[in-house]
Write a protein that binds this ligand. Sequence first.
Ligand code: TXE
Length: 490
Amino acid sequence: MVTYPRIHFGMEKLYNFIDGKLVEPGKSNYLPNINPAEGVAYNLVPDSDAQDVAEAVKAARFAFASWSAMPLDQRAAILSKIADLIDRDLDQLALAESIDQGKPFKLAKSMDIPRASANMRFYATASMHFASESHHMEGEAVNYTTRTPIGVAGCISPWNLPLYLFTWKIAPALAAGCTVVAKPSELTPMTAFLFSKLCIEAGLPNGVLNIVHGLGHKVGQAIVEHPDVLVISFTGGTVTGKTIAATAAPMFKKLSLELGGKNPNIIFADCDFEQALNTSIQSSFSNQGEICLCGSRILVERSIYEKFVDEFVKRTKELVVGDPLEDKTRVGALVSEAHMKKVLSYIDLAKTEGGKILCGGKRITMSGRCEQGYFVEPTVIIDLDQYCRTNQEEIFGPVVTIMPFDKEEEAIAYANSNAYGLSATIWTENLKRAHRVSHQVKSGIIWVNCWLLRDLRTPFGGMKQSGVGREGGWEAIRFFTETKNVCIKF
Ligand code: TXE
């Protein structure tokens, strides 16, 4: 068990990071920041507004000329230095992430924080290899294409993988030569605040990255509305994505929207049963099911359906739900009381829709320091129709449904019977089937015989209501650039 650092995390104030300085919000308003495992406030997050955003944009605009002109190796060295500092502070950042978000400390230490430094390092080095194209028209002309940084980028990130997704946006923006005004979720501001201190230590020039904390409809909206923020990268709920798109579209801003998912996990009878089972437990309940890539609809070929359901329920019951700081904990607290209520309301809905709860289904009341925390039992539901709301809407919690199918075409139709199209997992030992099904499932990311195996060079994002655009690799760097073609006649 990790020692809980009460002294460090008393009701301290977090600060915005504007023009290289840690500053109070202009009106000195703060919001309580809740530790979800305890259900109590433990520090104060700035309740900033449009004026704070305006200050941040002004600093970012000013910094743009020198940052975008800085030699690539110098820019890369600063971003790499930030990655090194994240590695140095791994324990402190993982602890902060666990306390702020409710996720197991072990998960934050093994996944979230290492990925945050990987994001910084990946794009630091990528910036030095970035190149644009040229096209020759034989004997007639040559075209060359330039991709130059757009200007000030707005990066808005969610609460489920706080530092992981925050850095996933700002790293390519900074590497491309943009300056940034960023907003982490008001529910999980802590690691972004610590990150701002690391940027100062790494010598990031003033104004290159600005972090404004606060509510989505105030700070987030002000970033999207600001005429000098030319490009917006957002990860969060689909409803919020629609609001952002509606605001940004009339201003012709460039948009990348990574939204929700309701991902199918298709298990054929010819799979490696043990692997499919083990990984499906992870893809269902990792991070309390609060990952947009979690497989929340498990489709199982009928000949192994009963066996799979029995084993899956048995292993689900073995998962230790509890204090995120304890080593044995596999499932921690949900991020907020409101989110816990939303998840529980979907379990109630599933019952009214005819679902049978095989395990879980309730809030858990812990003893000791976590007695007011937001814990929900990992929940497995069967007997639901494909088209019911439980199977159509994103729950984003430790809740999965399992459904049988008879034929491959049926599995594909079920997988596609949803407005979302972020990711899908396919379990089969038949190579031809793996290709066939991968080709037909309408999702931006397909994993065959694995889940969440990430190569940062690959395009990342969803189809349909899961978003617009792709992150990752060159796609993300190109996104933050403006393209120009120059045609020169011989
Ligand atoms: O996210 P929001 P919420 C899904 C999940 C969840 C639902 C709602 O199903 O239950 O979305 O979650 C900022 N302009 N995902 O409401 O509001 C906000 O402050 C600009 C999936 O908590 O989308 C935060 O920084 N910004 C998801 C960020 O948007 C605005 C991860 C995301 O919060 C804004 C999170 C506005 N008008 C939730 N309103 C994923 N795809 O990983 C809010 N924000």
